[in-house]
Design a protein around this ligand. Structure first.
Ligand SMILES: [Zn+2]
Ligand SMILES: [Zn+2]
Length: 261
């Protein structure tokens, strides 16, 4: 039987370059070696036309360094661990053409799709931050409406942008207590999974969720719904510190097994 997930591949790690993670790229690679992984894929934050301070993504100069240093590490660790260079592409529905243009400029090996920002007037609020500057204002707009917009954005992104994997599908408003998905949201999730199935986009099992809430992103029922559709699962630690590379991967086979009906 084919295993549900390859736990020797960490498909989602960050570096100090995004300004909210710590550690050099090589420190993440070193940790992947210590964990016995076969592959580590950097998935650095690429955001386009987002009005938010301070920036928590890479600018053009940082991406230039990222791909240069990444190529050096690929060579240096050849035969030890495979190093892949990807981006976590934040979808801004108002900037689809600009995103496409930027993707073409870089030698990207893997694209993770996510949505981290909610447009509010002329600026953006961070859907995944615990800072009150975003969280309080998102709560005032209304969690249900914000979540609907979030899923609508992902549905639009899957239809209009190329990507390989959808990251932390239900991490929206993860710091707002008591978040629940209503029937509309559940319908949107079904629509999103159908679209992913149609384009062979994998679902990320994001193990940072074990630290945030005791279970991976997304919730078990969403993983089951993905497996029913034959959607591939790919593991990502979403490491923002080198020690987090491959976190909880040893638990994943046992965790996922009962979700396969
Ligand atoms: Zn990040
Ligand atoms: Zn993310």
């Amino acid at each position: 039987m084919v295993p549900l997930i390859d736990t020797t591949v960490d498909g989602h790690v960050h570096t100090r370059l995004c300004k909210h993670a710590v550690g050099e790229m090589e420190e993440y690679v070193e940790q992947a070696v210590r964990r016995g992984l076969t592959t580590v894929c950097f998935l650095e934050h690429l955001e386009t036309d987002i009005a938010y301070q301070p920036p928590c993504w890479l600018d053009d100069d940082e991406f230039a360094y990222y791909f240069e240093e990444g190529l050096r590490l690929k060579e240096r660790y050849r035969g030890v661990v495979a190093v892949r260079l990807g981006v976590e592409m934040g979808c801004n529905p108002a900037a689809i053409d600009a995103i496409r243009h930027r993707l073409k400029r870089y030698p990207i090996e893997r694209i993770g799709l996510s949505c981290h920002f909610h447009q509010h007037g002329l600026s953006h609020l961070n859907l995944l931050s615990r800072r009150p500057q975003s969280l309080d204002r998102l709560a005032a707009i209304g969690a249900d409406a914000v979540i609907s917009t979030y899923f609508a954005t992902l549905i639009k992104a899957v239809a209009s942008l190329d990507c390989d994997v959808l990251c932390h599908l239900d991490a929206v408003l993860r710091h707002l207590p008591g978040i629940t998905f209503n029937n509309e949201h559940r319908g949107q999730i079904a629509q999103l999974l159908d679209a992913m199935q149609g384009k062979d986009i994998a679902l990320e099992i994001n193990t940072s969720g074990f630290d945030y809430r005791g279970s991976a992103f997304p919730a078990p029922w969403i993983i089951s719904a993905a497996l029913e559709r034959g959607i591939r699962l790919e593991a990502g630690s979403d490491a923002h510190h080198p020690s987090e590379v491959g976190r909880y991967f040893d638990q994943l086979p046992h965790y996922l097994e009962p979700l396969c009906r």
